[in-house]
Design a protein around this ligand. Structure first.
Ligand code: ADP
Ligand code: MG
Length: 910
């Protein structure tokens, strides 16, 4: 039962005030068919909308089943419309992009009823209007009458108490009108039907009650209903149930809507994706460039470590200043009127002198060995490499069976000035490259060891290609190092015994004397050249025990050396390597690369050798001559000299007495010349009965080299682990490298002056400009990304707003069948979500496709495949999420606006 009490409604449009309803009183029974008749503009629709809760009355009251609606909130009205009222409109108001079935289901969808139940109820409602068979058609595939019957089915699907129909036959011909009216009459048997109509005949024929309206007032009522006041108030407020629609439902609603306009959706999504494509491309490019830079950085860092040598030479200092001492200063502070002095040369010399520093690496190594030192946070993959001066010789036999020392010392070089100039150039180059490797000679060079005790670092493996054979598998394997053209220096071939050493002198002679000297070209098969063997002789092996606690050096006796070779470690050439075309770390200068494992073996061998053990046992006495190391007082020196002379053999004694007489200026030279060695020796013995201290002291100083403990140990190839000859610290990035420098500065602050460390930072010298370029590029890219983002979100906002405008009618329909404001905005949120998702996917997909030709262009432009733009999966996901979020934000205001739309106005819109 509905009671309408003194309801007034005015519309204000600008200054014009329209009194649509001027205080209407009307009571409606629970079950009757009411027809409202009246001229156009008399307020019929307004009345109907107010009864249906679609429009609000200004004053008066609408009492539903005894409950006043004065205090109804939005959600009460929504629920009332959804559960109690069904609407039928003149223009059917079906949602065109939904099937008939979905249209009918809509009211149930909004109230969150399960899909199967929805289907069942909707089909039942369609059955009632006789259209069950047409359930899967789209509205535009039906006639007007059929559409109106679908609209009635939709109104009935929730089994409402009230059916409101606003000129349902207004757009139909008389025949179909009759069908619809029959249907409404049927419906009215069980519920209240209120129908607005222009057609008095139809009203007379079908309605049970006719109410006439004019100018906002009821002027006639064929069957008024007077409510017994005492019966009212007993009624309970019916629980109308909650309205809830899952986001999934809104998604499917919007998805259906979007599917009906696939091309348009695709285009809008594509438009929205342009920003995303831009960002994706920029990201891909910057990731590509960044990873390239990172690789370069890593390459550079592994090639140019921070290097600290026991004796160091600060290159950056000198490289920074003009290297050429003769260069005339550009800025002169004098006129050309007199003769002036130029101090450049001496200044440079001073700079050179002061840039040579000795570092005490022992305490610094202690600092590095401490795992708590801050510096470890910044050390890169390669880590810290300690190098020690390991002394060993490697010998080979040439094809004539002649023994050659691979350091070239056995070749009869003579005093060839060209060659020595060449050698010193090579040395200078080694120190410039900053190789961390300590090389015992030029031909043999240690390969950088890898991490986790790998024999050869990836740095080397990445820079050199294996031409033949394999990388070393044990410490006895070495590699032959070619240049880019598969060549080895001619001298190295002689030094390695690959060419007969006896030919070497001839070659040198022609170098010196032949004006048109042209070196002959030799070639070797890979298999042949790798047959060459080398024999390692650690320095300690040159010292053999004399049995009396002293040791003798046998290194200059070839037959002894050959004996040593029989038990020596044999080295095999396991592979031949050549620098890769684009290698950035191909800085091996020797012809043979050996592993640090070999160095370690030699070091260990030295440590266990008899001579080292003996010297370690007697740190005060030189095991080479049994004398104390350089005593600090003259008396001991004189005693040592006496002991030395006593142990000399006859010919040595004879030679010594001659020297003594010569230096003491005695004139019996002639007589001495005629004496035999034995006589001379006895002369010395007699002289020694009463020797002159001065003479003995000078003998000590001139003839007895007692050396120092450290010199001996170095000669024996003994390496003390806490005394590295150089330390190389590798970082993976510029930032880390800078932090390492900072850590060293901090270390320096904490130690005494003589323990301060000077280091060489090669990268700083070579790469400082690169970092600024990188930074500029990064900032430019960031700016592009920011602009793209703004453009993209504005675009998406506009697109959503257009969609809202387009779906105004649908919003009205949704509201009429009970959708709340939230439901409406949810539907639009769902739509923006889908568009955002599509935009994101299209954007990322398109970007990925564009990257294929893009990379081809980059590669051909740069002439290298090092820089490849690529979009990491994580970035792609972030971009899709970003697209969705931006679209949601862009669609937020439009969808809020959609929700706020007045349903009445929405329905009136076309
Ligand atoms: P009917 O349905 O009987 O033709 P309506 O109820 O639609 O009449 O309209 C009643 C009066 O109220 C008309 O004069 C109409 O111009 C006015 N009116 C209806 N809706 C609005 C509105 N949203 N804004 C301004 N005036 C309105
Ligand atoms: Mg009307």
């Amino acid at each position: 039962m509905l009671q309408i009490k003194q309801i007034k409604k005015t519309y204000k449009t600008g200054d014009l005030v329209q009194h649509a309803l001027k205080g209407v009183d009307l009571n409606l029974r629970d079950n009757e068919f009411v027809a409202i008749l009246g001229p156009s503009g008399s307020g019929k629709t307004t009345l109907l909308n107010i009864i249906g809760g679609l429009d609000r009355y200004d004053s008066g009251d609408l009492i539903i089943n005894g409950i006043s609606t004065k205090k109804y909130k939005d959600k009460d009205w929504d629920s009332y419309r959804n559960h109690t009222v069904g609407f039928v409109f003149q223009s059917y108001n079906l949602i065109p992009h939904q099937t008939v079935l979905s249209n009918v289901e809509l009211a149930l969808t909004i109230s969150g009823i399960s899909k199967s139940e929805r289907r069942e109820k909707a089909l039942k409602a369609l059955e009632e209007v006789g259209l069950r068979e047409q359930a899967h058609k789209k509205p535009n595939q039906m006639s007007g009458g059929q559409m109106q019957r679908v609209a009635i089915a939709r109104a009935l699907v929730n089994d409402p108490d009230i059916l409101l129909a606003d000129e349902p036959t207004g757009a139909l011909d008389s025949e179909t009108s009759v069908q619809v009216m029959d249907l409404l009459q049927e419906v009215a048997k069980k519920r209240l039907v209120v129908m607005v109509t222009h057609n008095p005949e139809l009203a007379e024929e079908y309605a049970t009650r006719i109410v006439k309206v004019k100018d906002g007032n009821i002027i006639d009522d064929s069957n008024p209903f007077v409510v017994d006041a005492s019966a009212v108030g007993q009624e309970q407020h019916k629980n109308m149930g909650k309205l809830s629609m899952s986001f999934l439902t809104s998604l499917s609603l919007s998805f259906n809507n979007l599917m009906t306009k696939k091309t348009r959706t695709l285009l809008t999504a594509f438009a929205g994706s342009i920003g995303i494509i831009g960002i994706a491309l920029i990201l891909a490019l910057s990731t590509g460039v960044n990873s390239y830079i990172e690789n370069i950085q890593k390459d550079t860092m592994t090639s140019y470590p921070i290097s600290i040598d026991a004796k160091s030479f600060d290159l950056s200092d000198i490289m920074g200043s003009g290297m050429d001492p003769n260069s005339e200063n550009e800025k002169v502070n004098h006129d050309k009127d007199k003769v002036y002095s130029n101090g450049t040369q001496i200044e440079t010399a001073s700079k050179m002198a002061t840039s040579i520093t000795e570092n005490n690496l022992t305490p610094f190594k202690k600092y590095l060995d401490n795992p708590n030192s801050e510096i470890h946070k910044y050390v890169g993959d390669v880590g810290i490499v300690y190098s020690y001066d390991v002394k060993f010789d490697a010998f080979a036999y040439d094809k004539n069976g002649a023994l050659v020392n691979t350091d070239g010392s056995t070749l009869s070089v003579g005093n060839n000035s060209n060659l020595s100039a060449m050698n010193s150039m090579m040395e200078a180059r080694n120190s410039m490259v900053g190789s961390s490797l300590s090389v015992s000679n030029d031909t043999f060079q240690q390969l950088m060891p890898g991490k986790n005790n790998e024999l050869v670092s990836d740095v080397v493996k990445d820079s050199y290609e294996m031409v033949h054979g394999n990388w070393p598998k044990s410490e006895n394997d070495v590699v032959l190092v070619l240049n880019k053209n598969n060549e080895i220096p001619l001298t190295a071939l002689y030094a390695l015994g690959l060419l007969p050493s006896e030919d070497y002198q001839d070659l040198m002679d022609s170098v010196e004397n032949d004006d048109n000297f042209k070196a002959k070209q030799y070639d070797f098969d890979y298999d042949k050249i790798t047959e060459q063997k080398f024999y390692v002789v650690p320095s300690s092996d040159y010292y053999v025990s004399n049995g009396d606690g002293t040791f003798s050096y046998i290194g200059d006796d070839e037959s002894e050396v050959k004996k040593l070779l029989k038990n020596a470690e044999e080295l095999n050439i396991s592979g031949i390597i050549r620098p890769k075309e684009d290698a950035s770390n191909a800085n091996l200068t020797g012809a043979i690369g050996y592993t640090q494992a070999l160095s370690n073996k030699v070091t260990k061998h030295a440590k266990e050798s008899a001579v080292v053990k003996a010297q370690l046992k007697s740190p005060d006495v030189n095991v080479l001559n049994g004398l104390a190391f350089e005593p600090d007082n003259d008396k001991e020196k004189i005693a040592d000299a006496k002991k030395y002379i006593e142990n000399l053999n006859v010919s040595d004694k004879a030679a010594l007495i001659k020297t003594i007489s010569a230096t003491s200026g005695q004139s019996n030279m002639m007589s001495m010349d005629s004496m035999s060695e034995v006589q001379l020796a006895s002369l010395l013995d007699s002289y020694m009965q009463n020797p002159d201290d001065e003479v003995l002291l000078s003998i000590y100083n001139n003839s007895i080299s007692s050396g120092s403990y450290d010199d001996n140990m170095t000669a024996f190839g003994y390496v003390s682990e806490d005394k590295p000859s150089s330390i190389s610290i590798y970082a993976d990035s510029f930032e880390d490298k800078d932090m390492i420098s900072e850590c060293i500065e901090k270390y320096n602050e904490g130690v005494s002056d003589e323990n301060k460390i000077t280091y060489t930072d090669f990268v700083k010298v070579l790469m400082s400009s690169v970092t600024t370029i990188i930074n500029v590029i990064t900032y430019v890219l960031i700016a592009f990304v920011a602009v793209s983002l703004v453009v993209s979100s504005i675009m998406i906002g506009i697109i959503t707003y257009i969609s809202v405008l387009e779906r105004t009618k649908e919003i009205g329909i949704l509201r009429a069948i009970g959708a709340s404001k939230r439901n409406v905005s949810q539907v639009f949120t769902a739509e923006t979500f889908i568009i955002g998702l599509c935009s994101g996917l299209i954007g990322v997909g398109t970007a990925c496709l564009l990257l294929i030709p893009g990379n081809a262009i980059i590669h051909s432009l740069l002439g290298t495949t090092d820089v490849s733009a690529y979009l990491p999966v994580s970035n792609a996901l972030v971009l899709i999420a970003l697209s969705v979020i931006l679209t949601l934000i862009g669609g937020l205001f439009p969808s809020k606006a959609a929700a706020k739309q007045d349903p009445v106005t929405s329905l009136r819109s076309e």
